[in-house]
Design a protein around this ligand. Structure first.
Ligand code: PA5
Length: 444
């Protein structure tokens, strides 16, 4: 298992005093986290989750995944934010961003309820036509509008095709253990339910049934995922000098205090794209509050070197990069000799494509640091379930510690409510009458 922080390309942007100075703050933040005395301390279930989880439910998750694999060509995963991003990130990273198009003996997976666009939903419905499908609806609150709308549509489709009895075999609900509309509905209809623990917030929930059921349906080894996370839990309790998680939290806070407003998560693998989306939600919702926080953004290179590369190299100096360096790709290939050499690429004959990608990484790190962009490097040997579990825990803990150092509650998301209440008012939801009139006046 591996994940190593390489700070060589950030050294010239910070000095030893800064690192020593922040060390005590990070250690205090970590102690507060472990003592469970900080802000949002009733949402720390994720800290021990890799070892302290419901083993019976874990077995039920595996059984449900087998059942879905056995009778479905398609699984529709309905959820938004923390109730969807982790599963998709893991599946795309471990399998492929082209998972649905690959030859495989596991169901295609489509993600619904993560937006309100009618075309998107119609397209997913049409992809289910003539195929056997199941639904996993995921919502901790059980009341989020986007997944609730999509679930109403898919519940009807399942019932029309398989009947109310058949639906019990094909609808799986992941939600609160006791509360919420979804829990009530699932109990009333007799659907199998999985629990999102009270003390695990949405964006920290990928290692609960929220992520584990879809990930298992895709054929990934969820035991190994938990093993990796458990190892990280152990490793990242070490003292600051031996703790890359704490050092990462320290570096990003130092850089932030020196005026870096944006963290760009950089990868050289398109399969990491959704992982970056997961990271963006994790850090964005956790740190971005009280008019504070680092804006999390992401790019995939070398693709985005041809779109964002100019800005990063030469534009306003507002950012630092965190580069995920995966040493060994899942597959490699050689470039063959071409006698005519019309494209002039024979200097790369017999070269691994991964070496070309590596040279792009090395060249870019040097160019960007030269251009004034600090680069933190996170080195991983390879992508597999254990390493992914390890990395998930690394980011979750770094996020919590970072948030405490920043002085915010990393476990709430009060800002998400504003758009919801405006939307409900404009849609005429009962109880929002006064607000509706006020908003419509502003819009006219
Ligand atoms: O991290 C969070 O808490 C949020 O992103 C939620 O996951 C998201 O809003 C979905 O909420 P729910 O699972 O209640 O539908």
């Amino acid at each position: 298992m591996s994940l190593k922080l390489n700070s060589k390309y950030v050294q010239k942007f910070i000095n030893e005093d800064e690192m020593n100075g922040i060390k005590a703050q990070v250690e205090t933040a970590a102690k507060v986290l472990h003592d469970r005395t900080g802000l949002g301390n009733d949402f720390l279930g994720w800290l021990d989750l890799p070892v302290d989880y419901d083993k019976d439910e874990f077995a039920r998750i595996k059984a449900a995944a087998k059942k879905i694999q056995g009778h479905s060509d398609v699984l529709i995963v309905i959820g938004i934010g923390g109730s969807y991003l982790g599963a998709r990130a893991a599946i795309e990273l471990l399998k492929s961003p082209m998972y649905n198009n690959m030859k495989k003996d596991t169901p295609d997976i489509y993600y619904a309820g993560n937006n309100i666009n009618p075309t998107y939903l119609q397209e997913i419905i049409s992809l289910c036509e003539g195929r056997d499908f199941s639904v996993n609806v995921i919502s901790k609150s059980g009341t989020t509008t986007e997944p609730a709308l999509a679930f109403r549509v898919f519940k009807k489709l399942v019932e029309e095709k398989y009947g109310a009895e058949g639906a019990k075999d094909r609808i799986f609900c992941t939600t609160d253990k006791a509360r919420g509309t979804l829990k009530e509905l699932a109990d009333a209809e007799g659907y199998e339910t999985f629990v999102i623990p009270d003390d695990v917030g949405g964006r920290f929930s990928v290692l609960t049934a929220v992520g584990l059921l879809p990930i298992a349906v895709a054929g990934c080894d969820i035991d190994a995922l938990m093993t990796g996370a458990a190892k990280a839990r152990e490793d990242f309790t070490a003292d600051f000098d031996n703790n890359d998680c704490y050092k990462y939290a320290a570096l990003r806070n130092i850089l932030h205090r020196k005026g870096k407003a944006v963290e760009l998560m950089v990868s050289y693998d398109p399969a990491f794209c959704m992982m970056s989306e997961w990271y963006k939600q994790l850090f964005g919702e956790s740190e971005g509050k009280d008019n504070k926080g680092i804006f999390p953004a992401s790019v995939v290179f070398s693709t985005d070197l041809h779109s964002m590369g100019q800005f990063i190299q030469d534009g306003s100096r507002v950012m630092f990069e965190t580069v995920v360096d995966i040493k060994n790709p899942k597959q490699d290939m050689f470039l063959e000799d071409d006698e005519a050499n019309l494209d002039g690429l024979n200097f790369l004959t017999n070269q691994n494509m991964s070496v070309v990608n590596r040279k792009a990484l090395e060249g870019t790190v040097l160019a960007h640091t030269e251009g004034g962009v600090p680069n933190i490097i996170l080195e991983l040997d390879q992508i597999d379930e254990e390493n992914l579990g390890y990395m998930i825990y690394f980011f979750e803990k770094a996020c919590a510690v970072s948030g405490y150092v920043l002085g915010v509650n990393p476990f709430n998301q009060p800002g998400v409510e504003s758009y919801k209440s405006n939307m409900f008012a404009l849609l005429g939801k009962p109880g929002y009458e006064d607000k509706k009139a006020a908003l419509e006046a502003k819009l006219s």
